[in-house]
Design a binder for this molecule. Structure first.
Ligand SMILES: [Mn+2]
Length: 325
């Protein structure tokens, strides 16, 4: 079977699983982004009125900037029931569903809809396209099979997923299909400027201040090819900021001319460091993140580190930069 045939078959299986289930848990990943939330809500919204019982679940606090997404308030943290179908959306690696792993072990059927290389790893059906710039491209293919008109709320959710994961269609993974799906959403009537403002551009004063502090403290290494920034709990306290307020720092660090790899550490309340890795095309960060029990994409990955592992990771990255010379 060709890759295409395999993909089409998985979309059909995903569609059948969703349409035959009466109760569905839709689980988005921890520390959610616009892709996981947008795609989860697109699926929940299109199934409204079909008589299915939908449980929207996320194990983390939800970023406020996605409050405009239709159905945002229906997402819950807790659930301990059994469903016909558990669906994971945009989850790279089993730990990405957080405390909700049990839903998948108890569900009658399990499905992952994703575009990460790693995937969840324990679902019976895997609707996965690693070439897709966002899970929205896969979710669109699934939703299309329902033969239900895509409403403006559903289109707004999918468009948010597309816009956020591609940073306004500017990352290299953006392909013609990304834009074709986006074009469909525009034909349905979504407001691109509004979505882009809400989901990406607009910041709170606190976000601006904590991010400015992160940039101010950034250190350069490897002939300015490696940039490192750390925010500790004391920094968050000083600006009365949350971890989410600093979400975009790693992306902006990559906007420094000449930088090949950016590392951004955020200390959590438990003392561990949430670590975001970004790089230009020629590096493979997914491999390095995996070594530290993390995961992600080739040029955007993450892991969680103990304090003493920070220097180990930095040494690994320095070596990677040196080897690439
Ligand atoms: Mn994604």
């Amino acid at each position: 079977m060709s890759i295409n045939q395999k993909y089409n078959k998985s979309i059909k299986q995903a569609s059948e699983a969703i349409l035959s289930a009466k109760t569905i848990a839709i689980v988005s990943h921890i520390n959610p982004d616009g892709d996981t939330l947008g795609c989860s809500l697109a699926l929940a919204n299109i199934l409204r009125g079909t008589g299915k019982k939908i449980h929207l679940l996320n194990a983390s606090n939800l970023p406020k900037r996605f409050e405009f997404l239709p159905g945002y308030k229906k997402i819950k943290t807790e659930f301990d029931g059994v469903v016909d179908l558990a669906v994971s959306v945009d989850c790279a690696g089993a730990d990405r569903v957080g405390q909700h792993a049990g839903i998948f072990s108890k569900a009658r059927q399990t499905l992952e809809i994703d575009h990460h290389i790693d995937g969840l790893g324990y679902c019976q059906i895997s609707a996965l396209d690693t070439e897709a710039a966002s899970t929205a491209e896969v979710m669109y293919d699934v939703i299309k099979t329902f033969n239900i008109d895509i409403s403006k709320p559903v289109a707004t959710c999918l468009m948010t997923a597309l816009i956020t994961d591609t940073l306004n269609f500017s990352i290299s993974a953006t392909r013609s299909k990304t834009l074709r799906v986006a074009a469909q959403m525009i034909d349905i009537g979504v407001d691109v400027g509004y979505i882009s403002n809400q989901a990406i551009k607009l910041k709170t004063p606190t976000e601006l201040k904590i991010q400015g502090h992160a940039f101010d403290g950034a250190k350069f290494d490897c002939d300015n090819k490696l940039v490192v920034s750390i925010l500790k709990q004391t920094d968050f306290a000083r600006f009365n900021a949350t971890m989410d307020d600093a979400e975009e720092v790693s992306t902006h660090l990559m906007c420094i001319r000449g930088v090949h790899i950016a590392v951004f550490f955020r200390q959590r309340l438990d003392g561990l460091f949430r670590t975001s890795l970004r790089s230009i095309a020629k590096y493979n960060l997914s491999k390095i993140a995996k070594k530290y029990n993390g995961g992600g994409h080739k040029n955007a990955a993450g892991c969680t580190l103990h304090k003493q592992e920070i220097n180990l990771l930095l040494n690994d990255l320095k070596k990677v930069v040196a080897d690439a010379l």
